[in-house]
Design a protein around this ligand. Structure first.
Ligand SMILES: [Zn+2]
Length: 285
């Protein structure tokens, strides 16, 4: 009898090597003859190990690591974008270029105005030389020449007003160009400094990512393939968050209330439980 029972228990051990222990009772070789019941062997065998035990806790740890990795990836992408484009510098340079083009135009106009005034003065000098040179004796001719000089002088006044305007405009343009140059240099220096800071931050993020990836590999080992598939599917469908905590009887992610019975079931961690509202795996730590 004992021998037969031993053989049977060995078979069971072989089949469920890891499951045998002392949580439930399995009667083996139950005797048909009730009189021999006292002699029958009662073997204490553990029920099959619940392989879904603690899966929500393992998934929660994985979620925390993945969230950090997602944040790092997003920041690195942002830094790469900032490092590759110089929008601020480009805008400041554009302002400075425009200011210098306006300054060149103002210089040209001022030079033209100067020339016109000089030419006009020469004309007046020549006319006055003729008037007072003593070579013209005809009174009518002298009178005409005097009128012409007066006209030339009136126009000279207009040209000198214009000259003054162009000088003021030139001064303003010089000021605008100078301010634009300073702004451009300041922006360029700020961007260079910011880039140095960004490059340092990027390097630090990549180091953290490497550490988190190592931790992630370790966190994956106790997770069953089926659980991982569920996790990946929910993460894809739910903006990267597959596991939610039960926080004050509500889902920490969507805020939906969790019934006490559901919270208790999630707390036992004997199977995966889901938020009835958002469908995420619930973790009750
Ligand atoms: Zn939820």
């Amino acid at each position: 009898m004992l021998c037969t029972a031993n053989i049977k228990i060995r078979r069971i051990k072989k089949l469920r090597r890891e499951t045998i222990s002392a949580t439930s009772i399995l009667e083996i070789n139950k005797p048909r003859n009730k009189n021999r019941a006292s002699k029958c062997l009662v073997w204490i065998v553990k029920p099959p190990y619940n392989q879904y035990m603690n899966q929500s806790a393992h998934l929660y740890l994985l979620q925390k690591l993945d969230t950090q990795l997602d944040q790092i990836l997003a920041r690195v992408s942002e830094i790469d974008r900032l490092l590759s484009e110089d929008e601020r510098v480009r805008a400041a340079r554009q302002v400075a270029d425009t200011a210098h083009r306006n300054l060149e135009n103002a210089r040209l106009e001022a030079r033209n105005a100067d020339h016109l005034v000089s030419d006009q003065k020469v004309k007046i000098e020549q006319s006055e030389a003729s008037l007072y040179g003593g070579r013209i004796h005809n009174p009518k001719e002298l009178q005409d020449l005097q009128k012409e000089i007066e006209s030339l002088k009136r126009h000279l006044a207009t040209l000198e007003d214009r000259q003054l305007e162009t000088m003021i405009a030139l001064e303003e343009s010089e000021q605008v160009a100078s301010v634009a140059d300073s702004a451009f240099e300041k922006t360029q220096a700020e961007v260079i400094q910011a880039k140095a800071g960004l490059a340092g931050e990027r390097e630090q993020l990549l180091k953290t990512r490497q550490r988190l990836q190592t931790e992630r590999s370790a966190a994956l080992s106790p997770i069953l393939e089926a659980s991982l598939q569920i996790y990946n599917r929910i993460r894809e469908q739910r903006k990267g968050i597959a596991v939610a905590c039960i926080d004050d009887e509500t889902c920490s992610t969507c805020g939906a209330p969790i019934r006490p019975a559901e919270a208790q079931a999630a707390r036992l961690q004997s199977a995966l439980h889901y938020c009835s509202s958002c469908g995420r795996v619930l973790f009750a730590g």
